[in-house]
Write a protein that binds this ligand. Structure first.
Ligand SMILES: C[S@@+](CC[C@H](N)C(=O)[O-])C[C@H]1O[C@@H](n2cnc3c(N)ncnc32)[C@H](O)[C@@H]1O
Length: 228
């Protein structure tokens, strides 16, 4: 059983644990409930926290985030811009892998949501702007731009001006129609590749080793464009 964040005494099927016992417990130490059941207290990791953020618009999922992080040459010294921030899921992963993240979100409600989510996780190197990326990008010499929004071609010239030479713009698009539209309208970047990642988890039980019944079939296409 995994319980994250609590207020007051913790009531579970295995008894009640006193709030003061949890607060004084060290990472990895045990606390005992009123019916003598043992619990282990752990500091929440980034992974524990991000799974608990509030969801607004559809998030980008880790199979796709991992591919972007490993195919764009970014490092802990990189400054990265993304739009829109949405629920802040991608924003948070960029934050732990890069030096600085600038994130544009034009919707006021989601702007507030992403600010709450990054505060909840405790991330500090993120600047969220309540701005429309189609209108303007203030920054220059960026190491990566990621656009997870419906009409990225409206920001393509802004992105070209804002990126360093040799660096990537990645557009994340759910339909191939949008990919075609983007590539038709792109007059400045080199199209490096368009990729879709399929992830299939396996069930590993004794005498029953097989792919799990349900898989995430399609999330989005990633279009890698490079400024040269
Ligand atoms: C699919 S969500 C992004 C989800 C985000 N990548 C995540 O992992 O949580 C798309 C977001 O783009 C925002 N958006 C759409 N057009 C925009 C624009 N022109 N400038 C800034 N944000 C925009 C929307 O308000 C929405 O929050």
């Amino acid at each position: 059983m995994k319980i994250l964040i609590h207020k007051d005494d913790l009531h579970t099927n295995f008894g009640v644990i006193k709030d003061k016992d949890i607060k004084k417990a060290k990472n990895g130490s045990k606390v005992v409930s009123n019916i003598k059941e043992e619990f282990i207290v752990l500091e929440p990791s980034f992974d524990d926290l991000i799974k608990r953020i509030k969801r607004g618009p559809q998030i980008m999922i880790t199979k796709d985030i991992g591919y972007i992080l490993t195919n764009t040459g970014i490092t802990k010294d990189s400054t990265v811009l993304e739009a829109g921030a949405g629920s802040g899921y991608l924003t948070s992963f960029l934050s732990i892998f890069c030096k600085k993240v600038i994130s544009y979100e034009r919707n006021k409600e989601f702007f507030k949501l992403v600010n709450e989510n990054i505060k909840f996780i405790g991330l500090k190197n993120i600047e969220i702007k309540n701005k429309d990326v189609y209108k303007k990008i203030d920054e220059k010499e960026l190491d990566l731009i990621i656009l997870d929004l419906p009409e990225p071609w409206n920001a393509i010239e802004n992105a070209f001006k804002a990126l360093k030479k040799g660096y990537f713009l990645v557009c994340y698009l759910p339909t191939i129609n949008q990919v075609i539209e983007l590539l038709k309208k792109n007059k400045t970047f080199i199209h490096v590749k368009t990729v879709e990642i399929i992830e299939r988890e396996w069930q590993i039980d004794e005498g029953k080793v097989r792919p799990v019944s349900s898989i995430i079939s399609h999330t989005g296409f990633m279009v890698f464009l490079r400024k040269i």
